[in-house]
Design a protein around this ligand. Sequence first.
Ligand code: NAP
Length: 489
Amino acid sequence: MEYKLFINGEWVESSAGESFDDINPATLEKIGKIHKASDEDVKSAVDSAEDAFDSWSGTPAPQRAKILFRAARMLEERKEELSHLLTVEMGKVLKEARGDVQEAIDMTYYAAGEGRRLFGETTPSELPEKFCMTLRRPIGVVGLITPWNFPIAIPAWKIMPALIAGNALVLKPASDTPIMSIELVKILEKAGLPKGVLNLVMGEGSKVGGAIVHNKKIRAVSFTGSLETGKWIMSEAGKDMKKVSLELGGKNPVIVMDDANLDLAIDGVIWGAFGTTGQRCTAASRVIVHEKILPAFQKRLVERTKKLRLGNGLDEAVDVGPVINSSQLQKIAKYVETGKNEGAKLALGGKTVKPLPGYFFEPTIFTGVAPDMRIAREEIFGPVVSLLGAGNLDEAIHIANSVEYGLSSSIYTENIKNAFKAIEKIEAGITYINASTIGAEIHLPFGGVKSTGNGTREGGTTAIDEFTEIKTVYVDYSGKLQKAQIDIE
Ligand code: NAP
């Protein structure tokens, strides 16, 4: 299959005649030839968005919502087919692929519903016969840059709130998973989105993403990806005073207290650490266990993890799919070597395996990990989990907070005091009690603190904040000059 760029409502070829291959990470089969955007194509995409902006932003939000409702229904009708395609393109097991598509469906319905809200505020004036309110305005042309690990959910998390708010968009999906974005754009096109409102350009991050970030007509950039790229985008976009929202990496801790329900905690750690082959920004990559129960916890975790089956995610019996590409595989293998050299003990896994021709890595457990080791501080983004011991809750929270990231976190405890202390003290955007670090729901804010982002949140009504500007309006109907702060008793 050949996939073109979508610019000004047309599917067009790369103006430079360039393309790249989309590969199934489990089988290494080529699944698509993807047209690569040139600088000229990115410029056309931005210009088309600029042309479409006036009419789209002038369309009443409930009318914009009708298109999103139609798109949500189409996504629902195609859920099974899209999930299958997602597993083929990205590798995650089918039941998780269904979750990824469901997230896109949920977000599309949710954003459509916001078309009848998009609330502002009204508040009394300090002066008589004067009315004060705020309203939301779209930002303008917005660039969206997305990663490969949630190939349809993350584009939907950005596209849908940005559209309902009245922005015109240029989307650049990850080069490893462009087809899911292409399918999403096709659905919005079929649902009746006017030409130019959403444009799609594919190609390598530094070039195509960089051209979006540097284009003066782009007023905001919404980015999800690595810390390194996020820092670069922040500094470059800052030169033009663009609004920037960053959703970056994580090194998410699960604390398991001595009063925890151990069966529940082990289920949660396995799901959090090895779901999506550990390639989630919210993956449970550090498990901080109370020393009293550490040996028993470790033994049971290793026994359970041994039973996980690796293979093609299309096989419903498989638990863990491939990692996304060879450089990711090499990065994981390198971190395992680093962990061994740092003195951590490999309790399970640690090797690449070949159940199929693709990129597979064994679920891996390190024990005897110290908080200052690199494997305990840096994001590995693979099926590798580190077990650390702690003597009490204060020490566990101290370890949890000792990394530069702060996305998700979790505590397993049957003691309400421990739970509330963790809620209060853990430095993270999300804390789960007696549930793993993963499983965000679309109608709640999502994002992190410290180097995980720059303070913005996606999801929920905070997604509308991301894609709107606030205007404050004063209406003075007194018919005379009234001076705020001065004409008061
Ligand atoms: P990445 O390498 O930073 O890439 C993310 C996106 O940025 C891709 O579309 C990439 O294009 C593009 N890109 C790369 N360099 C760029 C540049 N100089 N300018 C503009 N765009 C550029 O991250 P990734 O490896 O795809 O994703 C994994 C990371 O995402 C992990 O750190 C994970 O924690 C994070 N993540 C965070 C969240 C969250 O919500 N906090 C959610 C999911 C993932 P190419 O694909 O062409 O390189």
